[in-house]
Design a protein around this ligand. Structure first.
Ligand code: FES
Length: 177
């Protein structure tokens, strides 16, 4: 993918551990091999989020930019283009509620309102125990089962507010459904 849309710099000086550097070097090399000499930036970002607590720290992005041969600003432009990626710290689980048209008319506002109440946080905030970050999202691609949300990589559809406590409890306990 083309890297453009520079918005703000990342990768400011902050020492990474030797283990971090080794991990990042191996991650980029493995990604290049898996994609036959090319790179999938999105796969790299998802792997980084898994390692770094659902966020993409600036120093890590700076090192990745160096490894892939681009500038931190260009890589930051890529990251900030996609709302599912974040350079800000997030919770252990990211709850993304679709707020696009089909979900909106089929109940997303009630879902969002219930989640705010259940989690005690607003959009873009993380619960004090660090378990959940609540986010709004554009279409998740599962409009046929609206209203819908995703928690991490798991999708949930045909939701009612009554479904939410069970879903959150299961996630808290480490399950998918
Ligand atoms: S509009 Fe909500 S998943 Fe597409």
């Amino acid at each position: 993918m083309e890297l453009d849309n520079v918005t703000r710099p990342v990768g400011q000086a902050q020492p990474l551990s030797d283990e971090d550097r080794r991990f990042l070097r191996e991650l980029v090399e493995t990604n290049r091999i898996e994609h036959h000499g090319r790179l999938s930036y999105m796969d790299i970002m998802f792997d980084l989020e898994h390692r770094y607590g659902n966020s993409l720290p600036g120093p890590v992005l700076g090192e990745v930019a160096r490894l892939v041969g681009t500038s931190p600003a260009q890589l930051n432009g890529f990251v900030t283009f996609y709302t599912m990626l974040s350079t800000a710290p997030r919770g252990k689980h990211v709850v993304r509620v679709c707020t696009s048209g089909p979900c909106h008319v089929s109940g997303a506002p009630a879902i969002l309102s219930s989640l705010r109440q259940l989690l005690g946080v607003g959009i873009g905030e993380t619960t004090p125990d660090g378990e959940f970050t609540l986010e709004g999202s554009s279409c998740l691609g599962i409009c046929g089962v609206s209203p819908a949300l995703m928690i991490d990589d798991d999708a949930y559809g045909n939701l009612t507010p009554e479904d939410l406590p069970r879903i959150l409890d299961t996630k808290r306990a480490g399950g998918a459904q």
